[in-house]
Design a protein. Structure first.
Length: 161
């Protein structure tokens, strides 16, 4: 079964170890689609919540010492929401990844400064901080791999003569 999903002539010739395999192009493209959906979904949900509660988000930013809360709240919520949609669709994927990484770094620096908290609150903020770093790691992998065939970018690339 695995051989059908992940054919690997080098493994079959004994040139690679037993735990090494390569994905078929179709499997790789399906997994890239899944990665984009799973990562993008997090940002669409978060961005939508901020967009529909923009005043509360702006107040939250103000409480954390961010100047120009209303304008930056709108910018941050829009980048988060539309960047997430772009990731899911695979549209301008590498630019979208960079925008969402920038958003994540700024948001993490504002909201998850775990070193400023005590005991249980510190642990909770450290978990969120580290989760955001893991999300950035996933986005960096998308930046390197690209969106895959099942994306608007992939469709546009196939249309070019």
């Amino acid at each position: 079964m695995l051989e059908r999903l992940w054919p690997n002539p080098a493994r079959d010739r004994g040139q690679l170890g037993p735990l090494t395999f390569r994905l078929s192009p179709t499997s790789a493209n399906i997994l890239l689609l899944c990665a984009r959906i799973l990562i993008g979904y997090v940002f669409v949900l978060g961005g939508w919540g901020k967009l529909i509660g923009l005043a509360g988000f702006a107040a939250y930013l103000g409480q954390h010492g961010v100047p120009g809360g209303q304008a930056l709240a709108l910018l941050g919520a829009a980048v988060e929401f539309f960047g997430g949609l772009a990731l899911i669709a695979g549209f301008a994927t590498r630019y979208s990844v960079l925008a969402v990484i920038a958003f994540t770094l700024v948001a993490t620096g504002i909201a998850h400064r775990f070193w400023e908290f005590e005991a249980a609150a510190r642990r909770g903020q450290a978990i969120n901080f580290n989760k955001n770093m893991a999300m950035i790691g996933g986005m960096l992998a998308l930046l390197v791999a690209g969106p895959g065939r099942f994306s608007i970018d992939g469709w546009l690339a196939r249309r070019r003569p």
